[in-house]
Design a protein. Sequence first.
Length: 621
Amino acid sequence: MDQVFVRTQYLDALLMRYLRNFIGDIDDSALELLLGHLTWVELAGGQTLMAQGEPGDAMYLTISGRLRTSICDEDGRQRMVREITRGQVVGEMSLYTDAPRSATLVAIRDTVLVRLGKAEFKQLLSISSQISIALTRQIIKRLQTEGARSPMDRPVTIGLLPVSAGIDLAGFAAALAASLQSIGRVALIDARRLDADLGVPGITLRAHNDAEANRSIAMRLDEIEAAHDFVLLLSDATPTAWTARCSRHCDELYLLADADAPPVVHPIEDQCLVRRPPRTDAAEILVLLHPAERLSPSGTAAWLARRQLADHLHIRPALPRDMARLARLISRSAVGLVLAGGGARGIAHIGVYKALRERGIEIDVVGGTSIGSVMAGYVATDRSFDTVLANARHVFSARPTSDFNVFPLLSLIKGRRLRALVQTALHGLTGQDDVQVEDTWKTYFCVTTNYSKASEHIVRSGSMRNAILASTAIPGALPPLIIDGDLMCDGGTFNNFPVDVMRGMRGVGRVIGVDLSFGKPRRVPHEDMPGTWALLCDRLRPRAQRRYHLPSLATFLMNVTVLYSISRQRQSRQLADIYMNPPLDRVGMLQWNRFEQIVAQGYAHACAVLDAPAGASADDV
């Protein structure tokens, strides 16, 4: 920081609160002894607290501000691991081991911490058994729960910056504050209010190098932050000193833009964001604002191409449910819905969605694989359930996989019918011929397999039609797609139930997963495989009289591609807060003609799961 660090009563109060939370109940004399061994540390935004590989020599407790943890992998690429907020402890392992730092920590914004060095820690252990036991117990407890921490902890100070003309910033902020108030305590701060609060008109417009003004403003903002769960900082409409301060002081920055305005870079972005000091990179989220009557967003790619963003959102400020969605995303309490692949069994997802809608469960982020990517697309367009049902009924009644190849050189199914039906479905939902993944009301992703690179690929942008066709291109059954020179096919090969992907999506706190894998292994009651003629004759018999209950070639190919994903089912299931696995064992992968029955089965199962008593296992329903 530019100014001399000054301890205040509120910083001391925060320290006492966070120490009590961390160390538990110890008597006042032991706490005073611990306080005497702590050192205050202050970092400016962009400053490094510790670097990966350097010797570890201390533990730190964050009092205010925010840090980002990153790891340099074997290829030399930096990967963000998680963010550290007030009240959290870092570097505790260094008190027990001589191992080098495992990650680099950089202050995203001005940050205050207290430090407990290894020498002071050892001294405490020797003179106070109470502190020794309490510190050791709490550090072990934190290490045991380390894997449960979110990579993106909830932000406290949120900057709202208008990046196109005519934005009603005050009205937007008031609506957002009203939605956030159901989650926690909210403060709305702009330059005028802070001037009045400090009793010095115009103090917020003084240059950042005015040490006295800077200290007064920073201390007051930290006091406000300490007393609230969310602080909304409203910048000016132009790149003033206050706007620059908002861009530096926030945990996250939300750039508000009129979706109908030209997607040019605003002076606030150019002067306050692009020219920020290195590594003061609080996440920037673009919020495109739309009128309430708009059917579907469009043209988002042009906005994204000009900016380095952590994410983007489409919001209709006049709709309270859109503002509530934004509040859930900010507070990390958003609901993510994951839809697995499984051919015609995926029609059950529609029944699940109906049950969720009836119970008022809002979906904020949605993703899926194969048929799950199709159904996730329906949810992402945010149309009424009746519209979704009618659209899906029309698409699947046309038997999307019925155009078989006479000469199956690359696939058993031509895929032309599926391509046409996907295009028709998207146009019917959005009114657009060229829908992009980034043009959905609710955040959407789907999983494909990059055959050329032998890797899982998460699609967050580009043609929605191509993304869905690639995600559903089951190897051997449907033709792969060529995207950017790579051969893409069904994502089920790597990840048929992408709950892990959803867990990494910004803002998601609760995950609902709908799995379509078979609940129990199916035994084959034969000692040897029948020959070709025996199978052919058996297929000519009525279904009830058949001897050989074996999958067809198409069904076998579809199922075998997801075997690796099924082997990960237990891990994926544990990552879901609500897990559903509709009983669809008797539904074939290509039985599109059973649309109504499959929807009903998915609906009945979802109702049973959602209405089950708290603590009931999914196996019980």
